[in-house]
Design a binder for this molecule. Structure first.
Ligand code: 0RA
Length: 647
């Protein structure tokens, strides 16, 4: 800074000093955000930030924060020490100027990254103004200096105490109870942020000790050589990670205005579905994101897409990953350092510099692309994870498209195989989804045409053994169901008001295939029309297992036990002659089907509960597995249970 400018500023400042600090005391929230607990802790951040600045400039590697009796805090560092020399013209020490002048936070030198912003960096003078008392001790050039202040005003000029070893600055202060609603510091709040700072400044040692008389002597010491890589590991601890070591990128680049930018990120995927990304600009946690975060996301998406494309990992039908596809299970820390950050928004927690996005994007992209290329196993694991997410997204879109097609075609496009009922009031109308054309035929003939619709399904076509659920959505039979039911599917398109039938009744054979198809249908309703299950619109028909003829009458049994008791009551045990076991619905004629499974007066319907659907969905995933044997075993073991769902 040229000397003329400096002198002019100091002259002006000397007049405004007290006015300035008075302004801070009058409207503290303007400077520290609030006077509640958050604002109180801001005082500590303000002092600590100055020490961290020293560390970033390479002059400090240790910071000790102590919580003392009567709400007093001290922050000690081993940096260069606040300059103590006398300013001849003003008759005050540089230290006194720093402590009593607004916005003279001590940023005299032109270090590339050494500018804070936002709520931080308003200067240690603000802390001074808002403290009942504050004391600074500096060791510089083998000498200990000390000066005390009361509510921002010097008690006496800077005092030269005597010779001392080492160097550094110690700021001790007691927040002013006239200003703050509470003056009690939270060990946990301080610990969380100090740990964060230690992560963000690798190698920097930061300790926090609770020495308040009522405290239990808690003490933490943070020092992470791994920097933000350690941070990401810390965030993922206890989670199942896809790759043991986080991906780390650290690049320096130049902004449009010629300023330097340091862009860093650490990335580690876990097997979960959530995204946890922390973004920092000059060590400030930008909880509202900003251009650095946007640049990072663009870089990650592009790097993974380019890698998957270059190595032929996309199948033809795939369309590439969206931003959301690459963010599931992502834990990352993004940190940028730049000389003139612009913090925007209500809470000043968003980085606004426009040129940062492009600079971060190209820097991080280059680093990620190189990493992926050099680490194929990890790259493939991540790409596979993204592909799974992408498949789920495509399924949801397909679901929406289906409904759109339906609404465009309107009711005229009701499927040809559907034998609809006459009544249009869903309170009265019901639909039977029937396995097989022959049973479908019987049901069509046997039904009450006024209230009952019948939709036959060709079981084989569903081919549920191999197709994943989102493929099944493309299946003609499923489309037919969607159209007939009328509501549309998926979170966005589902509209209960368009439900065409109040009861949707699944009627399948009492065998393994039938159980299989029922499982699929339940899974389908559960995933795409869950509200219908919640509201109790879905039912399972219970056709009888046995018909027992005695003269002109036929008695029906729905279980073996019932069959035996009917036989006993009929006074016959001659099973072979009178008892018929129905292997499929197709074996019943229209009259029998009506009498046993469809007539509302006599039939047994099982209402599907949410638990049943959840279980079906679980079974479905087992059915979907690649191993054939467990699947066969499972089906055989559970066929009977599935049949007796909800009994
Ligand atoms: C102004 C200039 C220099 C250092 C500092 C301020 C400084 C301030 C604080 C606050 C807490 N700890 C601190 N450590 C240093 C540079 C001094 C030089 O050039 O020697």
């Amino acid at each position: 800074m040229e000397s003329n400018g400096t002198e002019r500023r100091y002259d002006a400042d000397s007049i405004q000093v007290l006015e300035g600090l008075e302004a801070v005391r009058k409207r503290p929230s303007m400077y520290i955000g609030s006077t509640c607990q958050l604002g109180l802790h801001h005082l500590v951040w303000e002092v600590v930030d100055n020490s961290v600045d020293e560390a970033q400039a390479g002059y400090c590697d240790s910071i000790d924060v102590r919580l003392l009796d009567e709400d007093v805090v001290s922050v000690l560092d081993n940096g260069r020490g606040i300059p103590t020399e006398m300013h001849a013209k003003m008759g005050r020490s540089a230290l006194e100027v720093v402590l009593t002048t607004l916005h003279a936070g001590g940023k005299f030198d032109n270090d590339a990254y050494k500018v804070s912003g936002g709520l931080h960096g308003v200067g240690v003078s603000v802390v001074n103004a808002l403290s009942e008392w504050l004391e600074v001790e500096v060791v510089r050039d083998g000498t200990l200096f000390r000066q005390s202040f009361r509510r921002g005003r010097p008690v006496a000029p800077l005092e030269m105490v005597g010779p001392a070893e080492g160097r550094g600055t110690k700021v001790t202060f007691k927040p002013d109870a006239e200003i703050f609603e509470t003056t009690e510091f939270s060990f946990d709040m301080l610990s969380k942020r100090l740990r964060e700072l230690a992560f963000l400044n690798s190698g920097l040692r930061i300790s926090l000790a609770d020495e308040r008389p009522e405290a239990t002597g808690k003490a933490h010491e943070f020092r992470y050589e791994g920097g933000i890589v350690s941070f990401v590991k810390f965030l993922n601890s206890g989670r199942h990670v896809l790759h043991a070591e986080p991906i780390a990128v650290r690049r320096e680049t130049v902004l449009d205005d010629g300023g330097f930018l340091l862009a860093e990120c650490a990335i580690q995927y876990n097997s979960g579905y959530n995204e946890e990304v922390f973004a920092f600009a000059n060590n400030i946690n930008t909880v509202d994101g900003g251009t650095h975060l946007t640049g990072f996301r663009a870089a990650l998406t592009r790097a993974l897409n380019d890698y998957a494309t270059a190595f032929g990992l996309f199948k033809k039908s795939d369309e590439g990953f969206t931003g959301n596809d690459v963010r599931e299970g992502l834990t990352a820390v993004v940190s940028v350092k730049l000389s003139a950050p612009q913090f925007e928004g209500q809470t000043k927690a968003r980085l606004g510099n426009r040129d940062v996005k492009g600079a971060v994007e190209s820097a991080i992209y280059a680093g990620l692309a190189a990493y992926l290329e050099e680490n194929p196993p990890i790259a493939r694991k991540i790409v596979q994870k993204c592909q799974e997410t992408s498949a789920a997204r495509l399924a949801a879109r397909k679901a929406r498209e289906l409904t759109r097609r339906k609404s465009a075609l309107e009711t005229a496009a009701l499927p040809g195989k559907l034998a609809d009922c006459t009544v249009t009031d869903p309170a009265e109308a019901e639909i039977f989804i029937v396995e097989g054309d022959s049973a479908g035929g019987s049901a069509k003939q046997g039904r009450n045409r006024y209230t009952q619709a019948v939709l036959p399904l060709r079981g084989k076509i569903l081919n549920v053994e191999k197709a994943p659920l989102h493929r099944i959505l493309g299946n003609a039979e499923i489309k037919t169901i969607v159209t007939a039911v009328g509501t549309g599917i998926g979170e966005e398109e589902f509209d209960l008001a368009r439900l065409r039938y109040g009861r949707i009744i699944i009627m399948t054979d009492a065998d393994v295939d039938g159980a299989h198809i029922r499982t699929l249908l339940l899974t389908f309703f559960y995933r795409y029309m869950p509200l219908l299950i919640e509201r109790g619109n879905i039912y399972i028909a219970q056709p009888p297992l046995y018909g027992i003829r005695k003269g002109k009458d036929t008695h029906y049994a729905y279980s073996e036990k019932e069959r035996d008791s009917i036989l006993r009551s009929l006074g016959t045990d001659d099973r072979s002659a009178a008892v018929q076991r129905y292997k499929g619905l197709g074996e019943m004629n229209p009259t029998q089907l009506w009498a046993t499974a469809m007539n509302p007066e006599t039939r047994i319907l099982l209402k599907v509960r949410m638990e049943d659907a959840v279980e079906a969905s679980h079974i479905f995933s087992i059915l979907m597995g690649d191993e054939v044997e467990p699947r066969r075993e499972f089906i055989q073991k559970h066929a009977a249970e599935v049949r007796n769902l909800d009994v």
